[in-house]
Design a protein around this ligand. Structure first.
Ligand SMILES: Nc1ncnc2c1ncn2[C@@H]1O[C@H](COP(=O)(O)OP(=O)(O)OP(=O)(O)O)[C@@H](O)[C@H]1O
Ligand SMILES: [Mg+2]
Length: 403
C-alpha cells in the first residue's frame, strides 16, 4: 500500500486497506446523501473531518488528484483532493483498486437530496442557474469538464439560490484557454447529460409535471450563452462615453465577476472597441472576506454586505474597516450565538444570517414597520429553523443515503 498525500494523517494507515471499499465495516463510515456514480464511493470519518473515498483505477485516481489540486490552486469551486492510496492488495495478495480521497464538502447536497417529493420548477431553475454559472467560470479559466451533469455537481445553499461545486473531475483538462469549439463541445455534453437526468427523474415520477426535460436541457445552454455574452462581448463606444465602461463593470460586479483590466483599441470612426478582462467570479465573496474574514457564497455575501453597508450608513461610520468590525461583533455574531447549539447543524452561520435578514424583511413588510433583529431572530428560530432537516456533515449524525 502506498499513499500520496498533501496531508499526512497517521489515522489513514489504520484503515482496512486490504478490504474492498464496499465491504468496509460500518464503524469507519458515515452515512451521508450521495449522488449516482459508477464507482464505489464511501464517506469515512478521520478525526474531526469526513472524507469521500472513491475506488478507481490508479491512473484515473492520480489524474483526478492532480487536476483537483490544480483547480484548488486557482481557487475554483470544486472538492479538495487529499490523497491517493495505491498498490492495495487483499490478505491473499489479490490486487485491489486505488482510492482517491477528497474532503467532504460541508453543507453540500447532491441534487437529488435537494427535494423530497417532486423537483419543482423554481428549484430546477435555480439549479440550472448555478450550473450555468459554474460552467462559465470553468470556461473562463480554461477548464474543459467533459462530463458536466447534475450528478457530478454538488450544491450548497446560497441565500435563496444555489452555489455549484464540481465533484467529479475525471474527464476534465486544464488548458490556457478554450476555443469556441471546445466550449460548444462541453455544452453539448452538458445538454445530453442533463436531458438524461431529467428523463430519469420523470420516469421515477420525481419531476414536476410542468417541467419538460427537452426544455430544461436547452435552458442550461441558453443561460450559459447569455452569461458568457455579457462577460465577453466587445463593445464599441465613443471617446467621451467613459460611463458606458463603468456601467458595464458595475453590471459585471453585480453578476459576481471581478474585472482586472479593460482592453481598448481604437477603430476607424473615432470610436473605441472595449473588452473587459474578467478575472474571476466571487466579487462579493472577496469583498466580504476582506472586510470581515467571513467566507460566504456569492449571494450570501451580497446579502451580508447589504446589511453591513446599511449598518455603516445608520451608524455614521466613514471608515469601512471599522464599520465592518463593529457590524461583525455587534450584529452578526450575536445573531449566530442566539441560535441554540442543537439547531446550529441545520445551516451554516452565513446562510442562517442571510435567511434571518430575509425573514426580518418579510416580517417588517407585514407589520408595516421595522420589527427589529431580536424579534426576527426569535420568530425565525421558532417558526422556520426547527422545521428544517440537518445539513451539516456532523460526525455521528445519520442522514439517509440515497443509494
Ligand atoms: N468530496 C465530496 N464531498 C461530498 N460528496 C462527494 C464528494 N466526493 C464524492 N461525493 C459524492 O459521491 C458521488 C459520486 O462521486 P463521483 O461523481 O466522483 O463518482 P464517479 O463514479 O466518478 O461518477 P461517474 O459515474 O460520473 O463517473 C457524488 O455525486 C457525490 O454525491
Ligand atoms: Mg460522477
Amino acid at each position: 500500500m502506498r499513499i500520496t498525500s498533501a496531508l499526512v494523517d497517521p489515522a489513514l494507515l489504520d484503515l482496512p486497506w486490504s478490504t474492498p471499499l464496499e465491504e468496509w465495516p460500518a464503524q469507519h463510515l458515515v452515512a451521508l446523501p450521495q449522488g449516482i456514480s459508477r464507482h464505489i464511493v464511501r464517506f469515512v470519518r478521520l478525526g474531526e473531518y469526513v472524507y469521500a473515498f472513491k475506488e478507481t483505477r490508479e491512473r484515473i485516481a492520480e489524474r483526478e488528484y492532480d487536476l483537483l489540486r490544480a483547480l484548488e490552486r486557482i481557487d475554483f469551486p470544486s472538492v479538495e483532493a487529499v490523497a491517493v492510496v495505491a498498490d492495495r492488495q487483499t490478505e491473499d495478495g489479490e490486487p485491489l483498486e486505488s482510492v482517491l480521497i477528497t474532503r467532504h464538502l460541508q453543507f453540500s447536497l447532491p441534487y437529488r437530496a435537494l427535494f423530497s417529493h417532486t423537483l419543482r420548477p423554481e428549484t430546477m431553475s435555480r439549479l440550472l442557474d448555478a450550473l450555468a454559472a459554474l460552467i462559465v467560470r470553468m470556461h473562463l479559466t480554461g477548464f474543459f469538464w467533459g462530463d458536466c451533469s447534475l450528478s457530478n455537481t454538488l450544491f450548497r445553499r446560497d441565500a435563496g439560490a444555489f452555489a455549484a461545486y464540481l465533484v467529479d473531475a475525471e474527464t476534465g483538462a486544464l488548458h490556457n484557454s478554450l476555443s469556441n469549439g471546445q466550449r460548444g463541445e462541453d455544452l453539448e455534453i452538458a445538454r445530453v447529460n442533463i436531458f438524461g437526468e431529467a428523463l430519469d427523474l420523470q420516469a421515477a415520477g420525481l419531476l414536476h409535471e410542468s417541467i419538460d426535460p427537452e426544455v430544461v436541457c436547452e435552458e442550461v445552454v441558453q443561460r450559459y450563452e447569455r452569461l458568457w455574452h455579457e462577460i465577453t462581448y466587445e463593445q464599441a463606444i465613443e471617446r467621451e462615453a467613459r460611463h458606458d465602461i463603468e456601467g458595464r463593470i458595475r453590471r459585471l460586479n453585480e453578476l459576481g465577476f471581478d474585472v482586472a483590466e479593460v482592453a481598448m483599441s481604437s477603430i476607424d470612426d473615432g470610436r473605441y472597441l472595449v473588452r473587459p478582462k474578467v478575472v474571476d467570479a466571487g466579487y462579493h465573496t472577496r469583498r466580504l472576506l476582506r472586510l470581515t474574514g467571513l467566507d460566504a457564497e456569492e449571494n450570501q455575501a451580497r446579502k451580508l454586505l447589504n446589511d453591513l453597508d446599511a449598518y455603516r450608513a445608520e451608524s455614521d461610520l466613514t471608515d469601512e474597516q471599522q464599520a465592518a468590525h463593529r457590524w461583525l461583533t455587534e450584529v452578526f455574531e450575536p445573531v449566530v450565538r442566539a441560535v441554540p447549539a442543537h439547531l446550529r447543524r441545520k445551516l451554516e452561520p452565513q446562510e442562517l444570517f442571510a435567511q434571518i435578514i430575509e425573514h426580518k424583511w418579510l416580517l417588517s413588510e407585514q407589520a408595516g414597520r421595522d420589527v427589529g433583529m431580536r424579534h426576527a431572530v426569535q420568530s425565525y428560530l421558532a417558526d422556520v429553523l426547527v422545521h428544517r432537516p440537518d445539513e451539516q456533515a456532523v460526525l455521528g449524525v445519520e442522514v439517509p443515503s440515497l443509494n
